[in-house]
Design a protein around this ligand. Sequence first.
Ligand code: ADA
Length: 634
Amino acid sequence: MSRKTFMRSIACLSVLASIRLHGQTVDAFPEIPPSVLPPGRMEAGLEQDPMGSRLFQTTSARTQIQLGGFWDFVTDAGGIGEKNRYPELFPDPETSLWVPGTWNAIPRYWQYEGPAWFRRTFAVPRDGHVRIRFGGIFYWSKIWLDGKPVGEHEGGYNPFDVVVTDVKKGRHSIVVRADNRLNDVTLPKYGTDWFPYGGIFRPAYAEMVPSVYIDAFQVIPTEINPERAGLYVKVFIKNIGNREGNQTIRFAVDGKILYSGVHRMTGQDQTVTLNAVLPNPRLWSPGDPHLYGARVVLGENGDDQYDRFGVRYLTVSGNQILLNGKRLKLMGANHHDDHPDWGAALPAHIIRQDIEILKRMGANAVRGHYPPGELFMDYCDQNGLFFMNEVPSWQYRPEQMANPVCKKKIKRQFDDMVYRDMNRPSVFSWSLGNEWREFEKSYNDIKELVDHARSVDTTHFITFITGGAHIDRSIDLVDIVCTNWSTYQWYWDPSFRDEDSGGNPVSTVLSSEIAGVSIGQLQEIQKHFPKKPVILSEFGAASSQAGWHNWGNVKWSEEYQARNVWDSGKYALEQDWISGGCVWQFCDTRAVPMRMLGPRFRGWNAKGVVDAYRQPKMAFYKLQELFHAHARTE
Ligand code: ADA
C-alpha cells in the first residue's frame, strides 16, 4: 500500500469513527453492542448441542447419532413407492439431498409438490432402544427402519419422534417418505401465502434411550418476588418397558440441586410433579434476557434432560400489558422461515443473522404463522425477543372451522406447539389461528378451540388473529386483541385494483382519506373492548421492489412501503391503548404458485422490510428509527 493510500484509509477510518462517536447517525443507525449476541451457548455451563438442533446440549446421558447429512433422494410423482416396496428396495436415487433441507430450494425440484423418498444408513452403537427425533418434516411423513414401518406423522412445523425397541448393534437403514401436498383439511391449508417447502427440513437425530426415560419437563415459576421464586416442575416420563419400582428424581438449576426425591414408577407413561425454590430470581426481559439452565436426572446414574427457562411475569392492567410490573409495548416483525437458497430449512448462520437484524432494528418481538425452528426460538430466549406463536390455521373458512377433522388437527398442533415451547420465556402468546374468514358463524367452534387452549395452558396469553378490526363476541374469549392492520393502505388503495385489472397504474401518494377510514375502524376496537390490550399483529404491509425508487410514492416503490410502515408503525406506538405490533413482514418470501401472478411481484411476497437476501430496504431504516426512538421514551 502506498503512503498516500494508507493516509487516505486512515482518514476514512477517522471519519467513520467520528460518525460513530459524535454524529447524528449514531441515533439513526445504531450499532449492536457486541454483548447483544453472546456466543451460541448458554451461560449455565451447558455444552453446545452436537446434533445442531438446539443452542445447548439436551442430554449428557444418552448416546446420540447425527442423522443430518446427505440422504439418497427420489421423487415419486406417481405415488408408486409403497406398492413397489421402496422401504426395502429403494430405487436408484435421483440425487443426494442434504438434511436438514428442502427439495424446493433446488432448481430441479423448485416447484415439486408431491411424495418423495429419503434413505440413509446409520450405526447403532449397542443393542437397545432407539428414539429417532425429527425437528420437522413437511408435511406428511412415514418412517421405516430396516424396511419395517415404525411411525407416521402429519404437520410440518412440530417435532415428533419414533421409538424403536430392542434394536441390534450395527448398521440400519432408515427410509422416510415426505409429501408436501396440502389440501382443504391440512394445517396449513392449500394456497396459503407462503411456500410449502417439502422435506426433512429441520434437524434430525437418533439417540439410545433406557426403558424408562424423560420425555421432557416443564418449569413453571410461581409466586415470584425478589427473594424467591417457587418452581413447579412437571416431569413427563416415558416407560416403554412397563417398569415398576422406585426412582430418584433430581432437579438442578445452574448445576445446583434444588430437589431430590424418590418416586414410584407406575409401569406406564406418567407425569411426576415436584416443587423447588429458586432464591433471588433474576428476571427475564428483552433488556436482560437472563436464562436459567435446568437439568432433570432420573435414577442414580440415569437418564437426563437439560432445558432452559426464564423467570418473568406478564400481566394485564386495564388495556395495558405489563412485563414484570412495567408497561410493555411490542415492537416487532413477522418472520417466515424462508430464504431463496435454503427455503424453510434456515441454517444456523442465517437464523443467527435474522436475529441480529431484528436486534439492529430495535425489535423486542417477533411473530410467526407457525412455530419456527427450535434454534430460532433459542435465539429469541437468549436475546430478549418475545415470540407470538401460532397454529397455522391460516384463513380457515367456517366450514373448515366446523369440520371435526380440522378442529382435531388445530388442537393437536396447539398441544404440540405448547409442549415444545413450554419453558421458553420468549413465548408471549399462543394464537389459535390467523384471519379466519368468519367469526360470528364460527363462534361455537372458536369457543371450543379457546376452551381447549385454556385447558392445556393457563400460563400464557391465548389469542387468535383477526384480519382487520373485528367487533364481535368472539373477541371476549381472548386475553389480547390481535389485529392485522395490513388493510391500512395496500389492499384499499385504488391503484392496487387498477393494476390488477390491467387498468391505469394510478400514481398515488398514501391517501389520507383511506388512512382515516382505516384508523376509524381500528378505534372501534377500543370503543367496544376498552379493557382489552390491543396489538397490531401485522402493520405496514406494502410490497416494494428492492431498489426501485420513485419520487411520487408509487406502489411497489421503496418510498411507498417506507411511508406505509412509518405511518402505521408510528400510529401504533403513539396510541396509549395500543400495545405495539409487528410489521408485515421481516423479509420478502416466496409465494405459492397460485399467487405468483397479480399481487405477488415476481412470485414473491415483497412486503419484507429487508429483501429475500436480507438486504435492507428504506422501510427497514424507517422502522429502526421508529423503534429506537420509542425505546428512548420508555
Ligand atoms: C395477511 C396475512 C399474511 C399475508 C399478508 C399479505 O395479513 O396474514 O399471511 O398474506 O396478508 O401479504 O397480504
